[in-house]
Design a protein around this ligand. Structure first.
Ligand code: TXA
Ligand code: MG
Length: 329
């Protein structure tokens, strides 16, 4: 059923407006991907530098060839296996796709989101919607309508309410435009799940892998304003003891069984889920809540090295600006 609000949202998009859209990953800031001045407004609202390409959201696979060309059978297999869902395919673009959307590249990012509100809007609109995460550039992506309001407020024409985002982290981005598939951004569709569909190995881009090797390489963060530090489980106690009185109050987020810690006046303790999927769901809401407490720092226990935690590890490294305590000092 098309609600009055949905009709209004479609009219906004047609008129070149900005509509915040709930998806299963995070809320997006949507504009008509074929309308250059509307897309330009996205960059202005987010304070995002031009040149950072946007993902175009579609309602169904039939729309794919309007945006992408030379789509390989492997890319189609991924689309069939994971769409609608939290996977973005990078494909060779059709000539008419706006440079502003692709950052001037020969490729375009495409995804069919799995959220009833997003799908209803995309179906009713009938064309591609360019939508980055609905946050200011470098900040934490919003996973609730209230968080969009906090981030962008007046700069959005309409915010569609869609509850809490079920996944909670941005989509996995896989480049399918070259000879081999490469994951550009890990998400909750894991490398292992992709490999199972393709039947061939899939590599993570050097940028993702080199997190630990080349600190400072990343320009884009998903960061709280509060200083955020990652700490190896074994060093949490030592780190806490090394802090001076003026370093408090702090937050401490752990996921392993650290019943040892309790909240008091100086430490706001958060016990996170032990499993990757519920941890991902909670992560941005928790960071946003802690950021709003204006503490001196946020301490986060490092998460496991295995593949189902790849996306979480990636976001935590970026959130902490590579500030990681992993040896005794
Ligand atoms: O889950 C998501 O992907 C959310 C929801 C709203 O769909 N969107 C999202 O968009 O996270 P954004 O703009 O915050 O991140 C999109 C990422 C950027 O890092 C951008 O560089 C990359 O996708 N990207 C988009 N098009 C690309 C292309 N043609 N080649 C390489 N990277 C691309
Ligand atoms: Mg983003």
């Amino acid at each position: 059923m098309i609600t009055q609000e949905m009709t209004q949202a479609v009219a906004m998009l047609r008129a070149g407006g900005l509509v915040a859209i709930p998806t299963e990953t995070v809320y997006g800031l949507g504009a008509d991907a074929k309308n250059e001045s509307a897309v330009r407004r996205i960059f202005l609202a987010k304070e995002r530098p031009y040149g950072h390409p946007l993902i175009v959201h579609l309602a169904n696979v039939q729309q794919l060839t309007e945006w992408a060309r030379d789509i390989s059978p492997e890319a189609m297999r991924l689309a069939e296996a994971f769409w609608p869902g939290p996977l973005t395919l990078i494909l060779k673009k059709q000539p008419q796709v706006l440079d502003l959307v692709t950052g001037g590249q020969e490729t375009v990012g495409l995804r069919i989101p799995n959220h009833p509100v997003a799908l209803a809007l995309l179906r009713a609109f009938g064309s591609g919607v360019a939508a980055p995460s609905a946050n200011k550039f470098t900040r934490i992506s919003p996973t609730t309508a209230a968080a969009v309001r906090q981030e962008l407020g007046e700069e959005v024409d309409l915010i569609l309410e869609g509850g809490n985002c079920r996944v909670g982290l941005e989509s996995t981005i896989i480049d399918m435009s070259g000879t081999v598939p490469v994951i550009l951004r890990p998400g909750m569709v894991t490398a292992k799940a992709i490999m199972e569909v393709l039947g061939e190995p899939v590599s993570l881009s050097q940028q993702v892998v080199s997190h630990t090797r080349a600190p400072g390489m990343h320009l884009v963060h998903y960061a709280p304003l509060t200083k955020t530090v990652l700490v190896e489980t074994a060093y949490i106690s030592d780190y806490l003891q090394s802090l001076r009185p003026h370093d408090f109050p702090i937050a401490l987020m752990t996921h392993s069984k650290c019943d040892f810690y309790k909240s008091d006046n100086t430490i706001h303790y958060v016990s996170m889920p032990h499993e990757a999927v519920p941890y991902a769901y909670d992560l941005y809401q928790t960071l946003r809540m802690l950021d709003n407490l204006h503490l001196k720092r946020i301490l986060i226990e490092k998460v496991p090295e295995c593949s189902e935690w790849d996306a979480i590890r990636d976001r935590l490294i970026k959130a902490s600006h590579h500030s990681c305590i992993d040896k005794l000092f």
